[in-house]
Ligand binder design. Structure first.
Ligand code: GLU
Length: 413
């Protein structure tokens, strides 16, 4: 086990605890800790200024016993093999928890997409696909958007893959609608946070109307989560992006902030909103906290400063394993990532199904099926936690790990 506080080290701690509770052998633990396939490729591109630059790209396929590997592709300077491995493992547990016939994978390119032009990003993406195309595809490993990537990047992947194998929309999800993307995919992760929030509030009799929320992140997940939660009547008191953070006691003005962000690239200087120091949005007075940006942001150092009574993990791995324990000791409930943010991969699954069948579902169908799947998964987690006296993450891991183990057993491993 690694000493560093990474997504992989947290995953191993949660996995080990689940396997202990379930009475699984050491060999099962090591099988589920390890990835089935790890790829690292070097991608040279000519920058717009004529200079050569080389970027490292990764794709990890963790498990495919329940279905093809599934998971996002991340463009961020912190991408490395260990982080991608941890994120791929979480995808195995996420797809198992919501019980869709897919496994877990994740990829990334270590780069800062803000510093690359559209042309440079396109070349980088297409070259990455050229390097790994033999290992990906509709029946083996299906990529999707993640931090720093979007529908446009998925469109390039689709185009490059299809140039080799013929039109293959099911090889990648989160595509633009014009290329076979699904209605409702873009908002799915944030919208799903709203569905899980509602299920949580109903189960634990927590009033949503007027409850206060702070959200870290105003990208695809944070923005759509803010919309979904305010549609539930909740009051968003703080939001942030990578460079700015704002607070308003009476509730922020989401459309004014979205306008400011698209025009000026920052959330600050909107009338009536107070600017906060970076990271302070995690510590404001509120009922719910939704870290929806990067991993490892709630740590042993700041866990005691969190005032929210419930943390909903919009990002993957935002709470380190040490912080998870400290929050639990303080009676703070954590709704784990593999449940809270699973709306994205569920609608990716719908997109894959639609592409394989060459059909397109209307938005109402996508939203209804998503609500059914997420509400079921949430109820299963809440029931299991109540029956076994577990916190929600442990309950979610127990359900997910036992589903993967059952599939391994009947496969004959
Ligand atoms: N990147 C998202 C996640 O972490 C979505 C993955 C997908 O749609 O395959 O869940």
């Amino acid at each position: 086990m690694t000493a560093r506080n990474t997504t992989q080290s947290a995953y191993e701690i949660f996995l080990n605890a689940a396997c202990d509770r379930l009475g699984y052998s050491k060999s099962t633990i090591s099988l589920l800790s390890l990835a089935a396939l790890e790829m690292k490729v070097e991608i040279p591109i000519i920058r717009d200024n004529g200079e050569l630059a080389v970027f490292s790209g990764y794709r990890v396929q963790h498990q495919n016993v329940r279905g093809p590997c599934k998971g996002g592709l991340r463009y961020h300077p912190n991408v490395d093999i260990e982080e991608v491995r941890g994120l791929a493992s979480l995808m195995t547990m996420k797809t198992a928890l919501v019980d869709i016939p897919l496994g877990g994978g994740k990829g990334g390119i270590c780069c800062n997409p803000r510093e690359l032009s559209t042309r440079e990003l396109e070349v980088l993406t297409r070259k990455f696909v050229k390097r790994i195309h033999r290992e990906i595809g509709p029946n083996s490993d299906i990529m999707a958007p993640d931090v720093g990537t979007n529908a446009q990047v998925m469109g390039w992947i689709h185009s490059e893959y299809s140039a080799i194998y013929g039109h293959s929309p099911a090889a990648v999800t989160g595509k633009p609608l014009a290329l076979g993307g699904s209605a409702g995919r873009e908002k799915a992760t944030g919208y799903g946070i709203g569905i899980v929030m509602k299920a949580y509030a109903e189960r634990y009799d927590a009033p949503l109307n007027g409850a206060t929320v702070a959200i870290q992140g105003f990208g695809n997940v944070g923005f759509h989560a803010a919309k979904a939660l305010s549609d539930l009547g909740m009051k968003i008191v703080a939001v942030s992006d990578a460079r700015s953070s704002v607070y308003r006691e009476g509730g922020v003005d989401l459309s004014a902030l979205a306008k400011q962000k698209s025009e000026r690239g920052l959330l600050t200087d909107v009338e009536g909103h107070e600017t906060l120091e970076a990271g302070r949005e995690l510590e404001v007075e509120c009922d719910y906290l939704v870290p929806a940006a990067m991993g490892g942001v709630i740590t042993a150092e700041n866990a005691d400063k969190i005032k929210a009574r419930t943390v909903i993990e919009g990002a993957n791995g935002p709470v380190t394993s040490d912080a998870d324990r400290l929050l639990r000791d303080r009676g703070v409930t954590v709704v784990p990532d593999i449940l809270a943010n699973s709306g994205g991969v569920v609608v990716s699954y719908f997109e894959w199904v639609q592409n394989l069948q060459r059909v397109a579902w209307p938005l109402e169908r996508v939203d209804d099926e998503l609500t059914r799947i997420l509400s079921n998964a949430a109820q299963q987690v809440f029931n299991h936690a109540a029956q076994k006296g577990l916190d929600l993450r442990s309950a979610a891991f127990d359900i997910a790990v036992s589903r993967v183990k059952e599939a391994l057993d009947v496969t004959g491993i």
